[in-house]
Design a binder for this molecule. Structure first.
Ligand SMILES: [Zn+2]
Length: 262
């Protein structure tokens, strides 16, 4: 067996984790066996938010004056409520990718998100690494979260973001079977670490400069919650959001929910 198949690959990826990736899909295994370069390509396909090698994912539209604020890992009590307040103040719409087991504990917050006109998407039931899950495990994670959201809102779910952005063909297939469009991002606030609002904004600024250069909308990844439990402090994310919304109002950037690009 060629060396690349024997070694896991180490990556720093969103939400502050390291990931060891071992090639698993048969087609990908064939590709990886060709060379180390091919193996790195496989890891890129699994982890890079922009990669379309494992199948189509929704990122952004072609209007550089549009931005989708997306918040993962909630609902999260006062943080989510504070975001709803600042979004309402600025008449902005956002997308919340919620964790099913939190939705079961806080269905009223999810109802408030929806009632305010925001989009609610599936971020799995327990926030696992889907790259490690069996086909059945992936289906159960997606189904359970869908069920939690549907129980809370009384309406179906159409959008899904994989935890850490990690996916493989099975993940995209399981999502599609449930009618879910898989959503990635192209701008990161890096706010899963306690870096403060100014640094979150400077990460976003770099991302926005890039999307404007490329002539695409901005799909901005932020976090109102944490995969580690309800109650995480995301005050910096709320402050960064408020600053960003003021800037958007001044420069004419329009906030959209990700379904605007579907
Ligand atoms: Zn997440």
């Amino acid at each position: 067996m060629p060396l690349p198949l024997l070694l896991p690959f180490l990556f720093v990826i969103p939400e502050g984790n390291l990931l060891f990736v071992t090639p698993t899909e048969s087609l990908a295994l064939a590709a990886a066996s060709l060379s180390a370069t091919a193996a790195v390509t496989l890891a890129y396909a699994a982890l890079s938010p922009g990669s379309q090698l494992f199948g189509h994912t929704l990122i952004a539209g072609s209007n550089p004056n549009e931005a989708a604020l997306t918040y993962d890992d909630g609902p999260n009590d006062a943080v989510t409520e504070a975001l709803l307040e600042t979004l309402a103040t600025h008449n902005a719409r956002a997308t919340f990718f919620v964790i099913g087991r939190y939705v079961r504990q806080r269905p009223e917050i999810v109802r408030r998100i929806r009632a305010a006109g925001h989009l609610v998407g599936n971020h799995t039931e327990t926030h696992p690494w889907l790259a490690w899950q069996s086909a059945r495990g992936i289906q159960e994670e997606l189904r359970a979260c869908n069920q939690a959201i549907e129980d809370a809102l009384g309406e179906p779910v159409w959008y899904f973001r994989p935890p850490h952005g990690a996916r493989r063909p099975l993940v995209l297939r399981a999502a599609a079977e449930l009618g879910l469009t898989t959503v990635q991002w192209n701008v990161m606030g890096m706010d899963w670490r306690p870096i403060g609002a100014d640094r979150i904004l400077s990460h976003i600024d770099r991302g926005l400069a890039r999307t404007r250069r490329r002539g695409t909308g901005a799909n901005i990844l932020l976090h109102d919650g944490s995969q580690h439990g309800i109650g995480a402090d995301r005050a910096a994310t709320v402050a960064a959001t408020t600053a960003l919304l003021k800037r958007f109002a001044a420069d004419g950037t329009r906030t959209v929910t990700v379904d605007a690009w579907a």
